[in-house]
Design a protein around this ligand. Structure first.
Ligand code: XUL
Length: 465
């Protein structure tokens, strides 16, 4: 019996899962879901468990809706709480063979030479305050298409490169003091191994600074972002790399073994593994704080309209992904606006017809990534604000219609959809998805497939042969 640990640090919390695998079962990429089982799970919720940092839905309240930061020490504390919970889980810790993780993508952590924070707070993926920096980087690199062909995406506000450039412009002295800039994934991986961790190739794809064809930092993009940046960035490694072992600090503190640590990924790439996507034509739809639609791509076909992104895929090759900021946030706003619980929300979907009798909503409760709507606003068409059931269907249909429209750029014929994330537990939402896409929608029972993907990748690193 061996145990494999997955950790996912998402926008609102940090989840741990443990997989148990028989000595005789396969552990490589051919392992089936029957070969392992989840024996333990734990969630650290930032708002509930780390209130001393003052987060709301995992981020710091801000007067300017475009600025969304979180305290990096909160993530470090969450990791410590999570490992402490693992230590008291009752599992035989000596059986832990490997551990890996994932984190919300794009956010950046700034460290000085002594390992302290040179930027007190970290911009996260919901930050939309870097339009000027995106334009500057784009102009320096020869236009949006040139940036997209090189990196897989045009420069997006939430991507790490524009975040770094803004920091350099606003506080050049603190930028100069910065010795290392990590992604959230590589920052937490560093804490786990007690050394400076590399960035994995999938998460590096969301920074506007990695050349998708060489899988290395692009010198022109680094120059366009900030001076002296190369020395401040970790190296990029394949996502299956064993980057170290659980640090002595955690072994002494919690009795954890010196198990292998596998490179940490961005949450969507890790989710692709957790869902089990293996070929073009299967789409994963994750209904979380953000909604994301993603699938494997054999060739890096970049969106001609600059809509989504091509990232390196942890399965080799590439993945296409489109991201919507108004995911569970918008569903929760509508639910709360009408004083419903999730059962009431489902009933509203059940008792309204597909197409909603023409009632429509544009549900931009926060600035939207896809399509680009920088100033939030909600508009109703042929829809009375007091009509509870139709408002519920209108928000869900708007979201799923946007998913279909804005994932067409991937150029794949969709044959099957795997749904994951909190709202995938609602069969009525999946029914709307099946109606609009016109294909079978399968629910993955494990809602945090990013975390599961991390545990599976940890398992795959320990081949039986
Ligand atoms: C992906 C993105 C979000 C975050 C959320 O590009 O911005 O899905 O990864 O955790």
């Amino acid at each position: 019996m061996s145990l494999y640990v997955g950790i996912d640090c998402s926008t609102q919390g940090l989840t741990l899962q443990v997989l148990s695998v028989d000595a005789t079962a396969r552990r490589d990429a051919g392992a089936q879901r029957a070969d392992w089982k989840i024996v333990w799970q734990h969630v650290v919720n930032f708002d509930r468990d780390l209130p001393q940092y003052g987060p709301r839905y995992g981020a710091l309240p801000s007067a300017d809706p475009a600025i969304v930061h979180a305290p990096p020490q909160m993530w470090a504390d969450a990791l410590e709480l999570g490992l402490g919970a693992l230590a008291s889980s009752g599992l035989d810790l000596t059986e832990i063979a490997a551990i890996s993780g994932s984190a919300q993508q794009h956010g950046t952590v700034y460290l000085d030479a002594a390992g302290g924070f040179s930027r007190a707070t970290s911009p996260i993926w919901m930050d939309t305050s870097t339009s000027v920096e995106c334009a500057e980087i784009t102009a320096a690199l020869g236009g949006p298409n040139a940036v997209a062909q090189m990196s897989g995406s045009r420069a997006f506000e939430r991507f790490s490169g524009p975040q770094i450039r803004k920091f350099w412009k606003e506080d050049p002295a603190a930028y100069a003091r910065t010795a290392r800039i990590h992604l959230i994934s590589s920052y937490l991986a560093s804490l786990l191994i007690g050394a400076d961790a590399p960035v994995d190739v999938c998460d590096a794809s969301g920074m506007s600074m990695m050349n998708l064809r060489t899988s290395d930092w692009d010198p022109g993009a680094l120059d366009a972002t900030a001076p002296g940046l190369r020395a401040k960035l970790p190296p990029i490694v394949p996502s299956s790399t064993v980057i170290g072992r659980i640090a002595p600090k955690w072994r002494e503190r919690f009795g954890l073994p010196a198990a292998d640590v596998v490179a940490w990924l961005g949450d969507n790439s890790s989710s692709l593994v957790g869902i089990g996507l293996s070929e073009e034509g299967e789409l994963g739809i994750s209904l979380g704080t953000s909604d994301t639609v993603f699938g494997i791509m054999r060739e890096p076909r970049v969106s001609p309209d600059g809509i989504g992104h091509v990232f390196a895929s942890p399965t080799g090759g590439f993945m296409g992904i489109t991201v919507f900021a108004n995911g569970s946030l918008a569903r929760e706003r509508v639910r709360d606006m009408y004083g419903l619980d999730w059962r009431g929300f489902s009933d509203a979907l059940r008792f309204t017809p597909p197409g909603n009798g023409g009632a429509r909503m544009l549900p931009y409760f926060v600035p939207e990534i896809t399509p680009h709507v920088p100033v939030p606003g909600v508009q109703r068409f042929n829809l009375d604000e007091t009509d509870v059931a139709r408002n519920v269907r209108a928000v869900v249909e708007a979201q799923v219609n946007a998913m279909k429209t804005y994932s067409a750029w991937m150029g794949v014929t969709v044959r099957k959809i795997y749904a994951t994330g909190g709202a995938s537990g609602n069969p009525e939402v999946l029914k709307v998805m099946a109606e609009i896409f016109g294909v079978e929608v399968v629910r993955r029972e494990v809602t945090n497939t990013a975390c599961l993907g991390a545990a599976i990748r940890a398992m795959q690193s320990q081949r039986t042969t």
